[in-house]
Design a binder for this molecule. Structure first.
Ligand code: AMP
Length: 456
């Protein structure tokens, strides 16, 4: 059965309300496949990359199982390779479990254990940890493992690469044998396969396979754009030609930017009865009406957020414009699949700031091709990046680097005391190298044709 709504899962109201607050419209493919077997208590092997919604795929059924605070000892342990990921998972528990009283704790190395030990002693239901810190604290005698009945290994391939296998084996030796096991991994190399034999019992295997074929059928373009304002200028330029761009969906990451873009376009670029904005704050009826009008061709431009867009099924869109790079990477594939269906004249256009290069690289891995870069057309005003926006982007780049490399301490903070570093290694993008006061970056200028910036 195709599951199109979270309501179709056997989840309780507290969890469904939290999901609604997060604005998730539809379950992602990995959620559709993994939630039912995990809820049924089975061991699950999930092959899914970051960006597919895999965290909620195991957290929702786990929260359903743990339900509420009970006793002192943890009942579930989630192991993840890096401190960054541990913190992210813990934050996701906080969000998804906000209407429950489930107590969760993130523990990791790099800081003294005192606070973590105190928190453990107060009572924890779900513990999220790196393998190393878990072992340390277990050996200190401060983690009681007797009540553990669920164990999750997240990003198992990375844990194998980082040499955590011996620690994981030791942990498996000390925790109760009777438990549910979940293993998530982006890839399935022999080491992970071996681990799955040791760790899982008659697992249900779920997998989201990247679909590359759609991507190859549609013409794709990517513009490197330094900031929000310039993205707006470029968007206005692309939409100015009504004949070329006659049915366009503009995807943005947040409701706020969807609203801002809509207001700007309706005021300056597109007649306001030919454009609509669609996001989770709009009532269901408004959303349905806008969709209908768009399908019938009465609306030329639909501005929408990532989340609301999941359910949209409109054929023959002339352009999909990713104003922001999607964070659920598979959405990129789904989106561009919406364009060019009938006559293949569709185009998928993506705007990318330096902070989004990281996500584009992940998408390119999934679609197994490089999205061709295009220079920003002449005549488009490239504005200087405001200080705050630039700082936000640098901070984001730091977080991305930390995610990839747990030993990375962060260039962003050093930057306060040093002149802007040279070279790509630190800031992750060309425009980042420029001192703030210089002429704004013009990332799209044709330096070496559309295929520059190769990273594979
Ligand atoms: P993950 O693959 O778990 O790292 O999730 C990637 C991002 O997708 C996170 O920001 C989640 O909040 C978001 N997300 C997870 N599930 C959904 C969903 N069903 N719809 C929209 N966004 C989601």
């Amino acid at each position: 059965m195709e599951i199109n709504s979270f309501e179709d899962f056997n989840l309780n109201r507290q969890l469904l309300n939290a999901v609604a607050d997060l604005g998730y419209g539809q379950p992602t493919p990995i959620q559709q496949q993994a939630i039912p077997p995990v809820l049924a208590g089975q061991d699950v092997l999930g092959i899914a990359q970051t960006g597919t919604g895999k965290t909620a795929a195991y957290l929702l059924p786990l929260l359903m199982k743990i339900k509420y605070a009970q006793g002192v000892l943890p009942r579930a342990i989630i192991l993840a390779p890096t401190r960054e990921l541990v913190m992210q998972i813990d934050a996701a528990i906080a969000e998804l479990g906000k209407y429950t009283d489930v107590r969760h704790l993130a523990i990791y190395g790099g800081i003294g254990p005192k606070t973590q030990i105190e928190a453990l002693q107060k009572g924890v239901d779900i513990l999220v940890s790196t393998p190393g810190r878990f072992t340390d604290l277990y050996l200190k005698g401060v983690i009681g493992v007797k009540q553990l009945n669920t164990m999750v290994l997240d990003e198992a391939d990375k844990m194998m690469d980082m040499g955590f296998m011996p620690q994981i084996r030791k942990i498996l030796e000390v925790i109760p044998v009777k438990r549910q096991n979940l293993l998530f991994s982006a890839t399935f190399p022999p080491k992970v396969e071996e681990l799955s034999y040791e760790f899982l019992e008659f697992p249900t295997r779920v997998e989201v396979t990247p679909q590359a074929s759609t991507a190859e059928m549609v013409s794709q373009k990517l513009y490197e754009v330094p900031n929000f304002r310039t993205k707006i200028n470029l968007l206005a330029h692309l939409l100015a030609d009504e004949n070329a761009t006659n049915r366009v969906i503009v995807f943005t990451r947040s409701k706020e930017s969807a609203d801002n873009i809509y207001k700007f376009l309706a005021r300056k670029v597109v007649a306001d009865d030919r454009i609509r904005v669609l996001h989770a704050n709009k009532g269901q009826n408004t959303r349905i009406n806008s969709m209908e009008a768009f399908k019938e061709g009465n609306i030329r431009v639909l501005v929408t957020t990532d989340v609301t867009a999941r359910g949209i099924d409109v054929n023959e869109v002339s352009h999909v414009i990713n104003f922001d790079v999607p964070l659920i990477y598979e959405d990129y594939v789904h989106r561009i699949g919406r364009t060019g269906r009938a006559n293949r004249t569709g185009e998928a256009v993506t705007f990318m700031t330096m902070a989004e290069e990281y996500h584009v690289a992940k998408i390119e891995k999934i679609i197994r091709m490089e999205i061709p870069r295009e220079p920003i057309p002449e005549g488009i005003e490239i504005t200087e990046t405001p200080f705050d926006e630039r700082q936000d982007m640098l901070r984001e780049i730091d977080n991305q680097r930390r995610k990839e490399d747990p030993t990375f301490k962060g260039a962003f903070h050093e930057k306060k005391h040093q002149p802007a570093p040279r070279g790509k290694a630190t800031a992750g993008g060309k425009s980042a190298r420029r001192p703030k006061s210089s002429t704004p970056a013009r990332p799209g200028k044709p330096k070496a044709g559309p295929a520059r910036n190769r990273r594979k």
